[in-house]
Ligand binder design. Structure first.
Ligand code: ARG
Ligand code: GLU
Length: 657
């Protein structure tokens, strides 16, 4: 007996001291020295200083926040930048017209003078990041200050820090971000460039190949890239657009590797993941899995069904609604994978068990009872949060009501029959799902007056006044009733999470925690690997041009490739041209466009998606099934050469090996 216990203890000790097997985590570059040992053990050949340094050029200087929610990377010493096609989409669209349909046909600037400016588009380089917790909390007296006073103090101290940080620098921007629910604060200082021009984009039949059908899926064959160039003033500093501006000379640009990837190869992703919730209570997960995801999925299934019916009937409507359809379908598909993954891994009972062990450990400490208090806040919050989500997914998704409030809605892309049918479906769902206490009095009155949703719909679509009154009544109720309540609950949750986070860190001392994603620069590392989506199936991690030809079908919009690609393939020799690959890097929305690098820090691909079965990684990372999807950099080069005939772009790139 005694002996067995010893063996177990020894085994646990060994397990704890070994590098984590799972490739979970999104790490802060400035603290990467904490992970560098594990990275090197897994194959990484560079140092922490190569990833992040304020004294010398490092990889961070080749990575940018592109626009407001994507990542991009520098691939030449003349400011050339890669990101995803879906990140550049809006800009490509703005330059498109019937005569020059760059979305459909692709775009390749033939000279620097042909590169197209994009007012409003910016990129941000991280100058430095530092732990400013002590400064932000200076003057904080936990025993004597309320949470509101703490918030006010944090705001004041952070504002001063930001002001100092941007003082004498051109284009400097600063932000102070709370990590671990405000247990730690970091200052981020960026340099923002605002003359960013479009250089190249493949036709959508390559850049968006597979469309919604393949989105979040493997095997994948999307050439999801676009190319931009950053311009600067003569002093290499940020400048407003001017024909006089010159290509930006980066401190660092990435070398491109042509060596390709093999299963098992070390990879890392350097980018700006948007949002995760890895340390939440079981009740938060239960709500997402049992209420939020299923209800939102059902509502969107209805919306997508209506859109699709009309899009299938008319090419014109398909063009009008394809972007809206993509937006609705993207989260819809992601939630399906998330719900399934949470159930399959029994995350709710696993978290409940963890909470039981946490409470046993916490007895007698200041952490005692925290998990119960969190559960109580969720119990009070959930019905209100559900109503809040319902408003967003129903009444606020009806175009007529949005337009009546002067919002959204380009009439060029509006097709009323879709909206009329959507109105009846979504308003009925809203009415049925929520108790009357969540609805404005106006709604209840009119509902009685009209009797049926169809009659009410006819009135709303016949009279602007009727539309406006309904839209305003609903929006007012939403803003005045639900929004403040939801914010109050969020504040109480955050307060409890600040302690719970600290408690979890003390409870699991041997574990290295990473902060939840918040669009700040992170490093995720892992390796190339396939996965098993279901019994008896193994997905290999590399897709090729052969797979594109297998999917090619001129009758299916998503799979209709350019004739040029068919012709090149017919010449032979391109069967094994790699297109996309899977790896175990922990990524999320915002990582789109992120560079995927090999053990030597050279560019092997661009991240653009995850597999839908693994989207639960925003809550829990399951190494068996969570995979990021990257575009192989060699397919980018192939497309530039063979489809764009823009070989001259390759001349300014640098190649490894
Ligand atoms: N799923 C990817 C992401 O979350 C790609 C979305 C754009 N592509 C699309 N087919 N909708 O952003
Ligand atoms: N396509 C996503 C983006 O735009 C990345 C996919 C994900 O990991 O959520 O950031």
């Amino acid at each position: 007996m005694k002996m067995k216990k010893h063996i177990l203890a020894a085994a646990l000790l060994i397990a704890a001291s070994q590098p984590l097997k799972a490739d979970e985590g999104m790490w802060l570059p400035a603290l990467i020295s904490q992970r560098i040992g594990d990275m090197q053990a897994k194959g990484f050949q560079l140092s922490a200083e190569d990833i992040y340094s304020v004294n010398q050029a490092s990889l961070k200087d080749a990575v940018v926040l592109f626009g407001s929610g994507c990542t991009g990377e520098l691939v030449s010493d003349e400011g050339l930048l890669f990101t995803n096609h879906h990140c550049g989409y809006g800009y490509i669209q703005k330059h498109s017209s019937v005569e020059h349909d760059y979305l459909k046909d692709g775009f390749w600037a033939l000279s620097r003078a042909d590169e197209l400016p994009n007012p409003g588009l910016t990129v941000r380089f991280l100058e430095r990041m530092e732990d400013v917790t002590d400064i932000v909390l200076k003057g904080y007296k936990p025993a004597r200050m309320s949470e509101d006073q703490r918030q006010a103090l944090v705001k004041k101290n952070a504002a001063r820090l930001r002001e100092q940080a941007v003082k004498d620098g051109q284009g400097l921007k600063a932000s102070v971000e709370a990590l671990y629910y405000g247990n730690q604060y970091f200052l981020f200082v960026f340099r923002e460039y605002r003359d960013v021009r479009l250089v190249g984009a493949p036709p959508s039949s390559i850049g968006k190949f597979g469309g919604e059908t393949d989105n979040w899926m493997w095997p994948r064959h999307t050439g999801d890239f676009s190319i931009f160039r950053i311009y600067a003033g003569a002093d290499n500093m940020p400048a407003d657009y001017s024909p006089e501006n010159v290509p930006y000379r980066p401190k660092k640009s990435l070398k491109i590797s042509l060596a390709g990837v093999q299963e098992g190869d070390f990879t890392f992703v350097y980018g700006c993941p948007g949002s995760t919730q890895e340390y939440v209570h079981s009740e938060a997960v239960r709500y997402i899995q049992d209420v939020s995801d299923p209800e939102k999925i059902a509502l969107r299934t209805t919306r997508l069904g209506i859109m699709k019916k009309y899009m299938d009937r008319s090419q014109a409507v398909r063009i009008q609604y394809s972007s809206k359809y993509a937006g609705v379908a993207n989260a819809w598909k992601k939630w399906q994978g998330e719900e399934k993954g949470l159930r399959k891994n029994r995350i709710v009972p696993v978290k409940q068990d963890y909470e039981g062990r946490f409470e046993a450990w916490a007895r007698g400490t200041r952490y005692e009872g925290l998990t119960g208090r969190l559960a109580a806040v969720y119990a009070a919050r959930n019905p209100i949060y559900r109503a809040y989500e319902y408003y967003n997914e129903t009444v606020r998704a009806i175009e007529k009501l949005q337009m009546a409030r002067g919002r959204g809605g380009d009439l060029k892309d509006y097709y009323e029959p879709i909206d009329r049918e959507t109105f009846v479906a979504l308003m009925s769902a809203f009415d049925k799902a929520l108790e009357d206490s969540y609805k404005p009095a106006y709604f209840i009155e009119k509902r009685a007056l009209y009797g049926t949703m169809e009659a009410w719909r006819d009135a709303v679509f016949a009279s602007e006044t009727e539309a406006k009154e309904l839209a305003q009544a609903l929006e007012e109720h939403f803003q005045q009733n639900l929004v403040p309540q939801v914010s109050a609950f969020t504040a109480s949750l955050n307060l409890l999470y600040r302690d719970y986070m600290q408690g979890q860190m003390e409870f699991e001392r041997e574990k290295t925690f990473y902060p939840d994603a918040n669009l700040t620069l992170r490093v995720a590392y892992g390796h190339v690997e396939g996965y098993r989506p279901a019994d008896a199936i193994y997905y290999r991690p590399v897709s090729t041009l052969k797979g594109i030809m297998e999917k090619d079908n001129p009758d299916i919009f998503d799979y209709n490739i350019p004739q040029a690609l068919r012709d090149i393939y017919a010449e032979g020799g391109h069967e094994n041209q790699p297109v996309c690959f899977l790896a175990t890097n922990h990524t999320t929305g915002g990582n789109s466009g992120s560079p995927v690098l090999n053990a030597q820090g050279n560019l092997i691909g661009i991240n653009f998606d995850r597999v839908w079965e693994g989207t639960m990684s925003d809550l829990v990372f399951d190494p068996e099934i969570c995979r990021n999807i990257s575009l192989d950099v060699r397919y980018i080069l192939f497309t530039i050469k063979e489809i764009g005939h823009a070989d001259y772009l390759l001349e300014e790139m640098r190649f490894a090996e």
